[in-house]
Structure formats: structure tokens, C-alpha cells
Write a protein that binds this ligand. Structure first.
Ligand SMILES: CC(C)(COP(=O)(O)OP(=O)(O)OC[C@H]1O[C@@H](n2cnc3c(N)ncnc32)[C@H](O)[C@@H]1OP(=O)(O)O)[C@@H](O)C(=O)NCCC(=O)NCCS
Length: 189
């Protein structure tokens, strides 16, 4: 669990990792609230059940009191890659650090699992996503036909510094993600 920025949502703002058992109910909660996070964009295909059933343990949610302020769907692979399928902050809560808190929580856990790189993908017209990811230190590479002919995407990529008692003492190199040291997560595999 991580503490976040001061919220105006009627309670402390906290980041939590859902348990696999909580995944299905969280999936239903997110699907019911999609317009409050994405406006009128049809993003149901980004929210396949697998992300909150098989991969629920890698997801992160941020709540302010009872209100779901943001969520991140992702997975950490055995190949040391962390992948973010979707990250979203409820419209009225944007610009207050919820997105950064989602990524901090996900990446601290990913690094503790041994991840060395994080990637995410967005559509070229999603300027907000590009600005947000660049602000977090990601590179943004336009890839023609990424999702098939005529479906270009922007691929975000960021190296992760290893997490560990010795390595964490050193400043991260350029283009890498320092994250926030956490004492409540396992250290390495
Ligand atoms: C992208 C998104 C998740 C950002 O969430 P957020 O909670 O507003 O982001 P934060 O407040 O944590 O911002 C983190 C940093 O990114 C910057 N940032 C965020 N959105 C930005 C934007 N649209 N333009 C420029 N900078 C932006 C913030 O200024 C902040 O910088 P700082 O920490 O140095 O002050 C949110 O806009 C969103 O839900 N968009 C719709 C869903 C989407 O497109 N998701 C991404 C594709 S999967």
C-alpha cells in the first residue's frame, strides 16, 4: 500500500494491489465507470477480463475513501519486462499525482520481481498520455502499423534500475526509473 497526494475525495488517498479474489469485482467496478475515466472513447477492448482475473495481482488501484480515483492494469513477465496495458485517472482527479502514484506502486513491485524494463502503448492522437509518460521519463517511439495495417501506435519504454539494498544507494543512470524505495515489498526474486 502506498500513500498518495492529499485528496479531495473524502478520505485518505491510498494505492493498493488487489488480491486475485478481488479481481472480478474490481473488473465490474471499472467497466461500470469507464466514461468517468475515458470520456466517450470506446475502450472496452483494453479491459479484457484477463487483466483482472489472471493478472489481478499485478494491478494497482488508487482510492480516495471509497471512490476509485485511478487504476493501472499490467503484468510483470518472467523475461523481466513490465507491461502496462492501461492506466487511467478519474476525470475530476487528474493532475494531482494519481497517475504517478499508480506507476510508482506498480514499478516498485515490478522491480522487486526483477523487471528491468517497462513498456506501454498508446494511440498517436493521445497527446495527454504521451505527455504524461514523457514526464515520467519514458521514451516515446511512433511505430507504423504496430497493431496491424493502418493502426499506428506510440511505444513507451523505460529502463528500470534494479532494486536492492546495495544498488538502491546509488543514483540511477540517465533514462532509468529511480522509483520510490519501499520497505513493505519483497526485495528481488
Ligand atoms: C494519462 C493520465 C493517466 C494521467 O493521470 P494523472 O493522474 O492526471 O497524472 P499525474 O497527476 O500523476 O501527473 C504526473 C505528471 O505528468 C504530467 N501530466 C499528466 N497529464 C499530463 C498532460 N495531459 N499534459 C502534460 N503533462 C501531464 C503532470 O503534470 C505530472 O507532472 P509532475 O509530477 O512533474 O507535476 C490521465 O490523464 C488519464 O487517465 N487519461 C485518460 C486515459 C489514458 O489515456 N491513459 C493512458 C493510455 S493507457
Amino acid at each position: 500500500m502506498g500513500q498518495g497526494p492529499a485528496g479531495r475525495a473524502g478520505g485518505p488517498v491510498i494505492a493498493v494491489r488487489p488480491t486475485p479474489e478481488q479481481g472480478p469485482a474490481l473488473h465490474a467496478e471499472i467497466l461500470a465507470a469507464l466514461p468517468e475515466f475515458w470520456g466517450d472513447r470506446d475502450v472496452r477492448s483494453l479491459h479484457q477480463p484477463v487483466w483482472l482475473r489472471q493478472f489481478a495481482g499485478d494491478a494497482v488501484v488508487v482510492r480516495g475513501g471509497e471512490v476509485l480515483l485511478g487504476y493501472l492494469l499490467g503484468v510483470v513477465t518472467a523475461g523481466r519486462l513490465a507491461y502496462v496495458q492501461a492506466v487511467a485517472t478519474r476525470l475530476p482527479a487528474r493532475g494531482r499525482g494519481v497517475g504517478r502514484l499508480l506507476y510508482d506502486t506498480f514499478l516498485n513491485s515490478a522491480r522487486a520481481q526483477g523487471a528491468r524494463r517497462v513498456e506501454a502503448v498508446t494511440t498517436p492522437n493521445n497527446a495527454g498520455s504521451v505527455a504524461f509518460h514523457r514526464r515520467l521519463g519514458f521514451t516515446a517511439e511512433p511505430v507504423t502499423d504496430y497493431a496491424g495495417p493502418g493502426h499506428d501506435r506510440v511505444l513507451f519504454s523505460l529502463a528500470l534500475t534494479p532494486l536492492g539494498p546495495r544498488r538502491a544507494e546509488h543514483a540511477p543512470g540517465p533514462g532509468s526509473y529511480p522509483g520510490t524505495p519501499r520497505s513493505d515489498l519483497p526485495q528481488g526474486r
